[in-house]
Design a protein. Structure first.
Length: 186
């Protein structure tokens, strides 16, 4: 199968059958791109997840664009991006055209309650897989423990805090440690 069609179909399937947004899709993207297609390594997927989260826009679209670009340049990025966006766009368009009160149906409400549980499990699964592959060195473990504790306290005590600030603090700690070890300057 030509790579552009393969990229489009792989990400269209991800976009069509994954509920819960980008974080839930990361586990599916990792499964398809690392395990099944072997387009990227697990380390590359971890980097893609970090880059996709750090750049503006939805994480799943950013990840698809990046994987597509790695596989086939600009056209690959376009094929993967259209593939992951098109199913959701079509479904939402059809729902908005034909069903004014779609979420008021009891069946739909019940389905979405079940989907919420599945989404949580998908996000947890992606996190556990990344945690298992994370280098077991003191600095990454300290950053993981500190950021987890901070996020937990922020949520438990309902503190208004932007998660981007937490990511920037973790990046600054990591960069400072890198510089202290004598990391090369560019």
């Amino acid at each position: 199968m030509p790579i552009l069609l393969d990229l489009f179909l792989t990400f269209a399937k991800t976009g069509l059958f994954t509920f819960g947004g980008g974080y839930a899709m990361i586990a599916v993207i990792a499964d398809n791109c690392v395990q099944r297609k072997k387009w990227i390594s697990h380390d590359e997927m971890m980097n893609i997840a970090v880059i996709a989260e750090s750049t503006p826009g939805p994480i799943a679209i950013n990840a698809a664009t990046y994987v597509g670009f790695l596989q086939a340049g600009f056209l690959g990025a376009a094929a993967a991006t259209v593939g992951i966006v098109l199913p959701s766009f079509i479904i939402i368009y059809l729902i908005s055209m034909f069903l004014d009160n779609f979420l008021e149906f009891a069946v739909v409400k019940s389905a979405f309650k079940g989907i919420q549980v599945a989404v949580g499990i998908l996000i947890l699964d992606a996190g556990v897989k990344m945690l298992k592959k994370m280098p077991k060195k003191p600095l990454p473990l300290a950053i993981l423990t500190g950021s987890f504790a901070a996020a937990l306290c922020i949520n438990l005590f309902s503190v208004r805090f932007n998660s981007i600030t937490l990511m920037l603090v973790c990046a600054a700690v990591s960069l400072a440690a890198y510089r202290m070890k004598g990391g090369e300057r560019r």
